[in-house]
Design a protein around this ligand. Structure first.
Ligand code: GDR
Length: 333
């Protein structure tokens, strides 16, 4: 039985990946922060349904020894490094994102190189590495030009990964993933902020949705499709880097409009904008050309944006014991 180790197992991607690997017969181990053992209801809610099937280890990205001990104990065949501070802030005072993300990747790779150099590794890169992209769509040859500490941290990790691949022969792939959403998305990201607030508005708990730039465009895909791409990368004969994206962009306004229409509401009655949530430098949209992973690995997407939104809205209504029927009526579920 193959053993997989996932950092960030309790997040959106980690939890879907754990499900996928269990289905494929892996023994699944995950790293969580020690604090999560204390507050499992909230922090481990994404993996509550599989908690008795997986092995959880307490460790911190910031502590090299703790990562070393877990790698030594698990001796994984595959390691998926997803843990990171992932909210994209454009504030340059957020320099701790850079150190946490970069050092975490470095500590983990050092441990793997030392203890299990045959382990195959996936590193979670990001479209934010392209940042102020000069062209759209971007592909694997597009120059990187990050515009946030987060983007710089992912780009630094990407370069580190290349060193471990070239110098030490580690089988390691970077997935350059564009935005990917689901009902397990954190509430700080715009998609979940929209679906959860719209559901609350529909139920009368809230009256306004405050957003930043409604014209900003993103390439939004479905998270379970993206974790499948991670697994596929590690099953190849040689390690490589791949863009994972839908190749289509929509604006925040489109997302809002679809969500509110699904609930039979007009977003113009509820949405207000606030400069606090605006980001600069988003003129050229991040849109991925995923031709390489599609043609070489046979990867494809399974859901359209409207279907993703519908799933998210239903989940946000379900939290209140409700659901939306086909006539956009809200009924008790
Ligand atoms: P992003 O996701 O920064 O692309 O990073 P986010 O959902 O935060 O922003 C998407 C777009 O929406 C615009 N926007 C707002 N965003 C937030 N959060 N809140 C608002 O009120 C709001 N109004 C408009 C943003 O300007 C932006 O254009 C995600 C994360 O998952 C990263 O970790 C990952 O690497 C990238 O996607 C790919």
């Amino acid at each position: 039985m193959k053993k997989a180790l996932i950092t960030g197992i309790s997040g959106q991607d980690g939890s879907y990946l754990a499900e996928l690997l269990l289905e494929k017969g892996y023994e699944v181990h995950g790293i969580i922060r020690h604090i999560s053992f204390e507050d499992t209801g909230y922090r481990l809610s994404n993996i509550a349904h599989i908690q008795d099937k997986i092995f959880l280890h307490g460790a911190s990205l910031e502590n090299q020894l703790s990562l070393y001990k877990v790698v030594k104990e698990v001796q994984p065949d595959e390691c998926y490094h997803l843990a990171a501070r992932s909210f994209v802030s454009y504030g340059l005072d957020e320099s701790s994102i850079l150190t946490t993300n970069f050092n975490g990747t470095h500590h983990l790779l050092e441990a793997i190189c030392e203890i299990v150099p045959s382990c195959r590794v996936y590193f979670a890169g990001s479209s934010e590495m392209f940042g102020y992209a000069g062209t759209s769509p971007q592909n694997e040859f597009t120059p990187f030009y990050p515009r946030s500490m987060y983007g710089i941290s992912k780009l630094a990790g990407y370069h580190l990964v290349n060193i471990y691949r070239k110098r030490y022969g580690i089988f390691i792939c970077t997935g350059i993933l564009y935005n990917h959403e689901s009902p397990r998305r954190g509430f700080e990201f715009v998609t979940r902020k929209i679906t959860s607030t719209a559901a609350k508005i529909k139920m009368g708990f809230k009256i306004k949705l405050i957003l930043g730039n409604l014209e900003a465009r993103r390439d939004w895909g479905y998270a379970p499709d993206y974790v499948r791409a991670m697994w596929m990368m590690l099953q190849q004969d040689t390690p490589d880097d791949y863009i994972v994206a839908t190749g289509r962009t929509n604006s925040v306004k489109d997302f809002v409009d679809i969500t509110f229409k699904m609930l039979n509401l007009n977003y113009k009655d509820y949405v207000v904008t606030d400069q606090r949530f605006y980001r600069s430098g988003e003129e050229v949209p991040l849109c991925g050309d995923s031709q390489k992973i599609r043609s070489r690995l046979g990867w494809k997407t399974t859901k359209l944006l409207t279907e993703i939104i519908e799933e998210m809205v239903q989940e946000d209504l379900k939290a209140e014991g409700l659901r939306c029927d086909y006539g956009s009526r809200i009924i008790r579920s």
